[in-house]
Design a protein around this ligand. Structure first.
Ligand code: UT7
Length: 336
């Protein structure tokens, strides 16, 4: 019932935004950002599209896997910052990688996206005999939907992409748990197109937006808006809950894990979640200091870096676990 990760890859933009850089346009300081979030710097795109970052990561993963892209039967791309309403980013990734035999679609589960997509790929490969491999990737350009006048959120986010080539493996360790709580949707959201057609009465329309109308207008109207404390509270409970639920399905003891790859949103969230799971912090893969929060790309970037630096080795029992807007949460337990 398992899944094997054959190769991973990642890409982050050149441009580095340090904590110090923020002091030039908002009232903040390096010490506050470091101690409250664990972040020191993040990468931000300098004009490259989201799909470009995804394609770079996908090519690296295919190369690491050493497979022929024509044998990829499925591409799932996760993003909340796609370049186009249509076509899907995954179709562009297909064009860029030569994975001509793949079914392609995008998946939006916010920061839990990669874990959701991995589990969807597992289910697809298990039941579709013509598909040998799946390419699961996440590409995010949060700098596009970040309000750089909101000091409590803008310091958190960065851009990047990562990918994995996976194969179904009947006898491997595998379990998952996916969940959501839509009542928390209002705690973290970014609107798409604002009412702009000539047939709309803006005032009446605003009433129908209910919790989601925050009266934001102008340059940052489409940007992320969050209630940090509510998201924080949810996160510290949701990650342990997802991991425990996945473990319970197969009678697995979380203490047997070699490594946890959590969503990189805030070092304090990771520390509390690890404590709630009764796991030592040394088992967590952490790269938040250099990347900040890159939404669905955060878990696979951390995974790729851990694999390439030898922190995760073949045979290790790992858990990928995340939470995000929706509110969503997800965990996968597997062997690397
Ligand atoms: O992928 C999911 C994405 N979202 C998250 O994971 C967010 C989860 N939440 C968090 O990580 C934290 O709630 C934040 C990092 C967003 C905020 O940390 P906090 O410890 O909850 O701070 P706070 O909002 O309670 O603010 C404490 C103080 C406030 O000042 P007063 O009212 O006590 O005078 C803020 O105005 O810190 C102030 N503050 C800042 N000060 C310097 C808020 N942002 C900043 C800043 N620099 N950037």
């Amino acid at each position: 019932m398992g899944l094997s990760i054959l190769g991973t890859g990642s890409y982050t933009p050149e441009h580095k935004l340090t904590n110090e850089d923020f002091t030039e346009f908002i009232e903040t300081n390096d010490e506050w950002i470091r101690t409250r979030t664990g972040i020191r710097s993040r990468r931000v795109a300098d004009g490259e599209p989201t799909w470009y970052m995804g394609a770079q990561a996908a090519r690296a993963a295919i190369e690491a896997a050493g497979i022929d892209p024509t044998e990829i039967g499925l591409i799932i791309d996760t993003t909340i910052t796609q370049d186009f309403c249509t076509p899907s980013t995954s179709c562009i990734i297909q064009r860029e990688t030569g994975a001509v035999n793949a079914a392609c679609f995008d998946l939006n589960a916010a920061c839990s996206g990669f874990v959701y997509a991995l589990d969807m790929a597992h289910r697809f490969l298990k039941t579709e005999p013509s598909a040998r491999y799946a390419l699961v990737l996440a590409n995010e350009q949060l700098s596009r939907i970040t309000n750089y006048e909101d000091r409590s959120s803008c310091i958190l986010f960065g851009d990047g992409a990562a990918a994995a080539v996976v194969e179904y493996k009947a006898d491997a360790l595998y379990s998952s748990h996916l969940g959501a709580d839509g009542t928390g949707a209002k705690f973290l959201f970014a609107r798409t197109a604002l009412p702009a057609s000539p047939f709309i009465d803006a005032e009446k329309a605003a009433q129908k937006w209910d919790d989601f109308d925050e009266g934001i207008i102008g340059r940052y109207a489409h940007c992320m808006k969050q209630d940090g404390k509510e998201v924080y509270r949810f996160a510290t409970q949701a990650m342990p809950k997802a991991a425990a639920a996945a473990a319970e399905k197969i009678g697995f003891d979380l203490q047997e894990l070699d490594r946890i790859v959590p969503h990189q949103a805030n070092i304090r969230i990771i520390e509390t979640a690890m404590k709630n799971m009764k796991l030592p912090m040394e088992k967590a893969v952490v790269n938040i200091a250099e990347h900040g929060n890159t939404s669905s790309a955060s878990i696979p970037i951390a995974l790729d870096e851990a694999v390439r630096s030898g922190q995760i080795k073949r045979g290790d029992k790992i858990c990928l676990v995340g939470f995000g807007a929706g509110l969503t949460y997800a965990a996968v337990i597997m062997e690397y």
